[in-house]
Design a protein. Structure first.
Length: 277
């Protein structure tokens, strides 16, 4: 049984609030990492075409013995495949690599605004959704202005926007806009990069107070904000640690201390300017 509570997306689909990400996990390691995650109770797996590990992810799912209906699988369309017809082809390729009949969530990986194709791309998503190939459609790395344009030009409000979000980049304006539009906020790089955020004295002190690790404190902060979160690890002990965040709560003092850490500092590209791929 999964240990993770669901959130209800804007189309009524349930999505586990905590999942397992496989960014930067080689395909040869993805099968083992995803298998470990599934054994630990994760039921949401997040991959992407550009990660190059959809096949390894699919093998782990196939061999896990977990019923397909109990899983929530996300993948993403890469930038070079944007456009209506190319999106449909890319989706079939991802589905084949995953070995699945459908995915639970399909995301446009980046808006790449210079291409001007994300509206046509999303219309292909709407077709796939209408055809029952995708249970929920969404986007990733979209700024509020990109989302507003997309919503104005299409008929299905994105269920999810997956964005960089951690204590140094708390995305207050984006989260507020998402809430207004009924879009769930999903955090990538939820723990930041390296050990930086996990060594901040305020977070270390909160961890000590609760008898938890700094990573568990940061993940618990995300969950209490209402974010969906997808921590990544290939280390079995950390995979287990990252899902063990439902037996404690942060108090108002803890939340205020983490809120004060915001620096609006990105680790990844600026979505307004990133057009690679």
């Amino acid at each position: 049984m999964s240990k993770v509570p669901p959130i209800i997306l804007n189309n009524g689909v349930e999505m586990p609030q905590l999942g397992f990400g496989v960014w930067q996990v080689p395909d040869t390691e993805a099968e083992t990492a995803v298998a470990t995650a599934l054994e630990e109770g994760y039921r949401s797996i997040d991959t992407a075409a550009v990660y190059g590990n959809e096949e390894g992810t699919g093998r782990a799912i196939a061999r896990s013995g977990v019923p397909r209906e109990d899983l929530f699988v996300t993948t993403k369309l890469w930038n070079s495949d944007q456009g209506y017809d190319s999106t449909l082809r890319a989706f079939e390729s991802s589905l084949s690599k995953l070995g699945l009949d459908y995915v639970d969530l399909y995301l446009i990986h980046w808006p790449t605004p210079a291409r001007g194709r994300y509206v046509d791309t999303y219309k292909a998503f709407e077709k796939l959704h209408a055809d029952g190939r995708i249970r929920a459609v969404g986007v990733s790395n979209f700024l509020p202005e990109h989302l507003a344009h997309l919503i104005a030009e299409t008929s299905v409000v994105p269920a999810v926007n997956q964005i960089e979000l951690h204590p140094h980049l708390q995305q207050h304006a984006a989260r507020e806009y998402h809430a207004e539009q009924g879009v769930a906020t999903e955090a990538w790089s939820p723990l930041g990069s390296g050990k930086g955020i996990l060594e901040i004295p305020a977070i270390v002190a909160i961890a000590r107070k609760h008898g938890r690790t700094p990573a568990q404190v940061v993940l618990r902060w995300h969950l209490q904000l209402g974010n969906v979160v997808i921590p990544k690890s290939v280390t079995p002990s950390r995979i287990a640690e990252n899902i063990d965040v439902f037996g404690f709560s942060l108090d108002d003092e803890d939340l205020a201390a983490i809120s004060a850490l915001n620096e609006d500092r990105r680790l990844g590209p600026d979505p307004a300017e990133f057009n690679a791929g």
